[in-house]
Design a protein around this ligand. Structure first.
Ligand code: ADP
Ligand code: MG
Length: 397
């Protein structure tokens, strides 16, 4: 993969793709600026080369239209605070006007263009449409630096097409995220434990398939656990379940036995009468989920067992919360895993958007983890062993 040292950046005008897709509250205030902070090293590196830094980024899913609530204006403000210098925010999306504005800005400066997804060509399925947008940026960009790890699994104008029009390289964030996940796939310190939770088994089947031959322990929790229970012929009551995937799950369980992988399922659950923070709850064993109740968290015995496995591991990768952590009565399992990881001496990686959010919401010390990924989808696809289009374009000379 080409890196920053492959480009002669001094005084150059650089188009920099960042992932500034941060969560906003109902007043439009940024509630978590992890992704903006993660972009600072590359921006500062480019400034140290006296580059003219022009950032391309998106926020949310405006679907090719101008949506005022998804303006990057609050991001420009936060970025300026974090950098301690002004950020020139360009609202206009008229190609000639943008070129003019970029031409006028001095070197050693930072400019942010408005949400690239306000333009339907950014995410168009038609590569030639994406290319016409990328050509507008290529009019002023001498180089392209790709540093939005959260979007490298997408073929989009500001990720892939622009990289083919001007000399390009990975930024420091994309480089370090790629290095972390590549090392997990190829040369992890063992035992390697992967913890999978969250709500979508379907999305994570590919990850299980790719990781099974590589891991020592696979711990299952969250909403995906119940489909595994179904595959064992157990009753799961009203819990989240995806019967379509029972066959796949059954074959994974058989494969784990063949490979000698420890695939652990929860032995107990916190079940509730309804999907509600104030619902009546009880703790039950995995064999006795009542028909009218739903599992919303892993139980205390499971937490203890999983924490023990984490303590005995050398590498731990976690994707997906263990329960509905957004509601306090069902946050205990997720919190227990986060604490066990924080306290372990293993190399610890958090790979999911919601898992990373849980750590911050539940006030676990982030500095106790070795790597918190900024890209949930991208890190999953990386672990699936897929070729990511935004990385593939940075390969070669
Ligand atoms: P990540 O973003 O970390 O990959 P997912 O997006 O797959 O994770 O899933 C996160 C969601 O899973 C959370 O909103 C959480 O509330 C939900 N979840 C976890 N456990 C359960 C459960 N038992 N039932 C329903 N939803 C669950
Ligand atoms: Mg998620």
């Amino acid at each position: 993969m080409r890196t920053l040292s492959d480009l002669t950046l001094d005084n150059a005008t650089v188009a920099l793709r960042c992932d500034f897709n941060v969560p906003l509250d109902s007043q439009g205030v940024i509630t978590d600026d992890l992704r903006i902070r993660a972009a600072l090293p590359t921006i500062e590196y480019l400034l140290s080369r006296s580059a003219k830094v022009v950032i391309l980024a998106h926020l949310g899913r405006p679907k090719g239209q101008v949506v005022d609530a998804l303006s990057l204006a609050p991001v420009a403000e936060r970025l300026a605070e974090l950098l301690g210098r002004p950020v020139n925010f360009v609202v206009s999306r008229d190609a000639a006007e943008v070129s003019q504005r970029v031409a006028e800005t001095p070197t050693n400066s930072v400019t942010l263009l408005e949400n690239v997804r306000f333009d339907p060509r950014e995410t168009s399925k038609d590569p030639s449409e994406r290319e016409t947008l990328a050509r507008e940026w290529a009019q002023w960009a001498e180089f392209f630096v790709s540093d939005g790890f959260g979007v490298v699994h997408r073929a989009q104008a500001s990720v892939t097409e622009i990289a083919e029009l001007v000399p390009s390289a990975a930024g420091l964030l994309v480089q370090s995220e790629s290095d972390v996940f590549a090392a997990i796939l190829t040369d992890p310190a063992r035992p390697l434990t992967v913890i999978l939770g969250g709500s979508k088994v379907g999305d994570k089947l590919g990850v299980i398939e790719s990781l099974l031959p590589r891991v020592d322990n696979l711990l299952i929790g969250g909403g995906m656990a119940y489909t595994f229970l179904l595959a064992q012929g157990k009753e799961v009551g009203q819990s989240l379940q995806q019967p379509d995937f029972v066959e796949d799950v059954r074959s994974f369980m058989a494969e784990a036995i063949e490979l000698g992988v420890r695939l652990l399922l929860p032995v107990d659950f916190v079940v509730a009468e309804s999907f509600d923070a104030n619902a009546k709850t009880q703790i039950v064993s995995a064999d006795s989920i009542p028909a009218d109740w739903m599992g919303l968290d892993i139980g205390p015995l499971t937490r203890e067992e999983y924490a023990g496995v984490i303590a005995g591991s050398a590498t731990v990768v976690w994707n997906g919360p263990m329960g509905v952590f957004e509601m306090e009565p069902f946050a205990g399992g997720t919190l227990a895993i986060a604490h066990a990881m924080a306290e372990s001496s293993a190399y610890t990686v958090i790979g999911g958007g919601d898992s990373a959010a849980a750590v911050r919401v539940l006030d676990v010390d982030e500095t106790k983890f070795d790597h918190i990924s900024t890209g949930g989808g991208a890190s999953l696809e990386f672990l699936e062993g897929k070729s990511l289009p935004g990385l593939a374009v940075l390969k070669g000379q």
